[in-house]
Design a protein around this ligand. Structure first.
Ligand code: APR
Length: 248
């Protein structure tokens, strides 16, 4: 089926859906100038080893290297703006309160800056810090001594980014809410994710098995294509405004 017909079908599915669940990944922020992870050449994992930069072991081995990389990313994100894809989702939620659940693997806060609320952030928030070890009475995050990373001057506990690293559990209540949304939705949009990381990627299969239609928005094939009823081969900033607008 040619692209225009696919988009028309998907738009009809949006109109018919009582509840839409949306799973987003790094690709939705690509048009805001934020690098993805697995894209060849430009992806972060083409430049760094995830085990060095996105695991607790990697942080403990080289806390300064990891902390500085997250500080670099925070600076890039502070200078980035939400794009038309983020905005289309936020505006859909404003027009149809309660009809959409937005689940993201992204830690960049761009959905929230576009106006989306109740975002289920499966992998945490890059702008939040937390203690590396269970905090003792002496550890006060607002008294942490500045450093790379900041630390507790009483016991040496280090601050770390409040994101979920490989091998770490996702926030239980957030994952539960996301899996519940996948079970009850009539339509799941899977936007800008390679579908390579679980349990996030498993949400598409949960939705499909529960009877929802599954539509992928991604310029490239993904590991979830086989789970989808349709794959719209375009970018988030191009496809989402057309897919979610009231024009149809
Ligand atoms: N619009 C839509 N999709 C896009 C765009 C775009 N403009 N640009 C790139 N993409 C797609 C790519 O084709 C790719 O399929 O976005 C996807 C990005 O995939 P990844 O880089 O693997 O990012 P993601 O799937 O979010 O990674 C999941 O892995 O490293 C961990 O915790 C990290 O949350 C991340 C998780």
């Amino acid at each position: 089926m040619e692209e225009g017909a696919l988009l028309d079908t998907a738009t009809t599915w949006v109109e018919q859906a009582r509840h839409v669940a949306v799973l987003t990944g790094a690709g939705i922020s690509a048009e805001s100038g934020v690098p993805t992870f697995r894209e060849a050449q430009t992806g972060y994992w083409a430049q760094f080893r995830p085990e060095d930069m996105a695991t607790e072991e990697g942080f403990r081995a080289h806390p300064r290297r990891v902390w500085d990389w997250y500080q670099h990313r925070r600076g890039l994100l502070a200078a980035s703006q939400p794009n038309a894809g983020h905005v289309a989702l936020a505006q859909f939620q404003q027009r149809h309160p309660g009809r959409i659940t937005l689940i993201t693997q992204n830690v960049d806060g761009l959905h929230q800056r576009a106006g989306s609320t109740g975002v289920l952030c499966l992998h945490g928030d890059i702008f939040a810090d937390r203690w590396l070890d269970t905090p003792r009475n002496c550890c006060h995050i607002d008294h942490a001594v500045a450093g790379h990373p900041p630390y507790c001057d009483r016991c040496g506990n280090l601050l770390r980014p409040g994101v979920v690293w490989f091998g770490e559990p996702l926030p239980y209540a957030t994952l539960e809410a996301a899996q519940q949304a996948a079970r009850v939705c009539d339509l799941m949009l899977v936007v800008g994710t390679a579908g390579a990381v679980y349990p996030a990627a498993g949400l598409a299969r949960i939705a499909r098995d529960a009877g929802a239609r599954v539509v992928i928005v991604n310029p490239q094939p993904t590991e979830l294509d086989a789970v989808a009823h349709e794959a719209l081969r375009g970018t988030a900033a191009q496809v989402l405004p057309a897919l979610l607008s009231e024009a149809h």
